[in-house]
Design a protein around this ligand. Structure first.
Ligand code: ZN
Length: 215
């Protein structure tokens, strides 16, 4: 694609390069590899310090055994909107991740404050599995991803952000989503995006507000 006009003049290219410089702000900084010691591998580094808030533990329970500090225990006690809950089952619920790896990142959690997959009852295992499958169907219908990552991180060594309360991640993936734009895209206007996403998924959930008789 591209006619000769669209390739632009030297001035236009200079402006474009200037726009690239201006894209940097306090939440996302692109650092030139030439500013660092070592071999220049030709790759830009994206620094996303907002992620550090999570890594440093904001919202994580100080005492992992104290259910009162646990966001997965506290969530179901508040409204769906405040807790970003998409669906409440009988033994487990589906909630949007406040710190998404990707847009539409859902988690399926048992209501019980249990850490380990082997601690779940048979009924909880079945419901977590069924909610995971329904979550995939709902996300497919609403967000049209190309694929998913599913799974549980067990224990802090396994990468669990909140290790004390088991949660199954359902992360929609799009071809090319690991590159620049999605990483930048989740730095701003996140609360509005999450509220919209929650409402869309809740409405698309079988038996949810989007089905049956309208209220
Ligand atoms: Zn909990």
């Amino acid at each position: 694609m591209g006619t000769p006009e669209q390739h632009g003049s030297a001035e236009q290219r200079a402006e474009d390069e200037h726009a690239d410089e201006q894209r940097t702000d306090e939440s996302v900084r692109v650092e030139s590899p030439s500013a660092f010691a070592g071999e220049d591998d030709g790759m830009d580094r994206l620094w996303t310090p907002h992620r550090m808030v999570y890594i440093q533990g904001e919202g994580k329970p100080e005492d992992p055994d104290d259910g009162e500090q646990c966001p997965f225990c506290a969530g179901p006690a508040t409204s769906d909107e405040d807790a970003l809950i998409v669906h409440r089952g009988s033994l487990a619920f589906v909630i949007l991740n406040l710190f998404p790896y990707n847009s539409g990142h859902l988690m399926v959690c048992p209501y019980r404050h249990v850490a380990d997959y082997t601690d779940l009852t048979e009924d909880e295992v079945v419901e977590v599995a069924e909610l995971t499958r329904t979550a995939m169907r709902v996300v497919r219908e609403v967000s049209r991803p190309d694929g998913f990552n599913l799974g549980m991180n067990q224990g802090e060594a396994g990468g669990a952000g909140i290790a004390a309360h088991l949660h199954q991640h359902v992360v929609p993936r799009w071809i090319g989503d690991a590159n620049f734009l999605p990483i930048v895209g989740r730095t701003k206007a996140l609360p509005i995006l999450l509220a919209d996403t929650r409402a869309q998924y809740a409405a698309a959930w079988p038996g949810g507000a989007g089905e049956g008789e309208s209220a």
